[in-house]
Design a protein around this ligand. Structure first.
Ligand SMILES: Cc1ncc(COP(=O)(O)O)c(C=O)c1O
Length: 453
């Protein structure tokens, strides 16, 4: 690293704090510049971004139309208070209503705040207190959304806010009810009904779920899970809050992950892919029923930066890019290639227990033993094997998200097949190393040497 880069890293470490880290152990990469699916570090080394930064940089780095729209809005009007009407705010609201089939949006600065406000609105509209959420979920780091999360990161802030009740997930590879998806009775839904009854249906304002669970294992539910959950909500007058912060806006090839399952939530929260990370913005998008309630009742919520014109202009441009450049079609096409590679890896490598995917949203779940499904690292923990995997990807300048015994593959949605191939080949090198270090030979189904292509 040159002296300038060393100084950048040093100042960042000395004067700023990094998320979810023991500060003394933080070891940030100096990112100098980015282009498309690539970024360059302090040594001018090029990295392939297989994580779209924090699974948000959907249109890739430095998209010219994004830069142009942001610059144009900056020149025109940088800021208007949240009580003012502006052109980008109105256009964005209209577009969001169109793509979600919902009615109105309240703007925040990110996903955590969106979920805070969704909880608040659900409580106001229903006059009920409790929110049902799932154990394997992440809804944000602020106090309410962190408590709503099942993710172990909540432990540090417990007891958090009152009124959160958690249920189990549609995690078919490790079904909490010991069932198999082909023969089960969707106990992952029926047990929620039992919880509703035990808690008192009159006290439950909402069920809050990630459309497809992201950072807690990329759990794709069976096709009838959401229709059944929707019916349960309707039966008991409970609102369905769909957190699409990570899964929404093209990641799975649709505007919302729940659109794959043919249901309409009452409230959608989003952020990340809404602006592809170019500007901080989140939204709570609500149904007619919820919007109507607030026509005659106070919305007890507000933020100085709600409806920030530059953020809204960035989102409008980003949503246009999705359509103009047929991004969802690319997600479908590259998603098919990704799926075929992941399925082949599951066959080929002893350490790959399961692969789950929808569009360009995917994970490999790694195990010590395919038959016992013993995880390669414990829940909420790490292991020498997972560290070895991370070290290999890093040495090959592949930037990817790794947590517990899982490796996510979530590249920018503009990726092409050659770029995807390059990254997946590096992932395969690492899997081969892992199999070797556990004394297990990789079965090369095609007969070719592992890694050769
Ligand atoms: C599903 C989900 N909800 C909410 C959040 C929180 O969003 P933010 O970090 O923008 O506050 C995240 C962040 O990763 C997320 O993945």
């Amino acid at each position: 690293m040159d002296a300038k880069s060393l100084k950048v890293v040093q100042e960042n470490r000395d004067y700023t704090m990094f998320s979810w880290s023991v500060q003394g152990a933080s070891n940030p990469i100096h990112m100098k510049r980015g282009q498309g699916v690539w970024f360059w570090d302090g040594d001018d080394q090029r990295w392939l971004d297989f994580s779209s930064q924090l699974i948000n940089l959907n249109v890739g780095h430095q998209h010219p139309k994004m830069l142009e729209a942001i610059k144009k809005q900056v020149d025109e009007l940088c800021f208007a208070g949240p009580s003012f009407a502006t052109e980008p705010r109105g256009s964005l609201g209209k577009k969001l209503a169109e793509v979600t089939g919902l009615a109105k949006a309240f703007f925040t600065l990110g996903g955590s705040e969106a979920n805070e406000n969704a909880i608040k609105m659900a409580r106001l509209v229903t006059g009920r207190d409790k929110i049902i959420t799932r154990y394997r979920s992440y809804h944000g780091a602020t106090m309410g959304s962190m408590t709503a999360s099942g993710d172990p990161r909540r432990w540090a802030v417990e007891p958090g806010i009152p009124g959160i009740v958690r249920v189990f997930d549609p995690y078919c590879y490790r079904c909490p009810f010991g069932q198999k998806v082909e023969t089960c009775h969707r106990e992952c839904v029926s047990h929620i009904e039992e919880v509703i009854q035990m808690e008192g249906s009159h006290s439950i304002a909402a069920i809050m779920v990630e459309g497809i669970t992201g950072s807690n294992g990329l759990l794709v539910p069976p096709d009838d899970y959401y229709p059944k959950l929707r019916a349960l909500c309707d039966k008991y007058g409970i609102l369905l809050i769909d957190d699409e912060v990570m899964a929404g806006f093209g990641r799975t090839g649709k505007w919302l992950a729940t659109q794959h399952f043919g249901i309409k939530p009452d409230i959608v929260t989003c952020a990340k892919g809404l602006t592809s990370g170019y500007m901080p913005l989140g939204a709570v998008i609500v149904s007619d029923k919820v919007a109507n309630y607030f026509e005659t009742n106070m919305l007890w919520g507000g933020l100085t930066y709600s409806g920030h014109p530059v953020c809204c202009a960035a989102a409008v441009a980003n949503l246009h890019i999705y359509e103009e450049e047929k991004i969802f079609e690319n997600v479908e096409k590259q998603g098919r290639y990704l799926a075929s590679r992941l399925e082949a890896m599951k066959q080929k490598y002893a350490c790959v227990g399961d692969v789950r995917y929808k569009g360009l949203f995917s994970v490999l779940e790694l195990v010590k033993d395919k038959s016992t499904r013993e995880p390669l690292a414990p829940f909420n923990g790490s292991s020498p094997e997972m560290s070895k995997l991370a070290a290999h990807l890093k040495s090959r300048h592949l930037y990817a998200f790794i947590r517990f015994n899982m490796l996510w593959v979530c590249p920018p949605l503009i990726i092409n097949e050659e770029e995807l191939r390059q990254g997946l080949d590096i992932v395969e090198e690492a899997l081969h190393l892992l199999d070797g270090s556990m004394g297990k030979a990789s079965v090369a189904r095609t007969g070719e040497p592992v890694g050769a292509r």
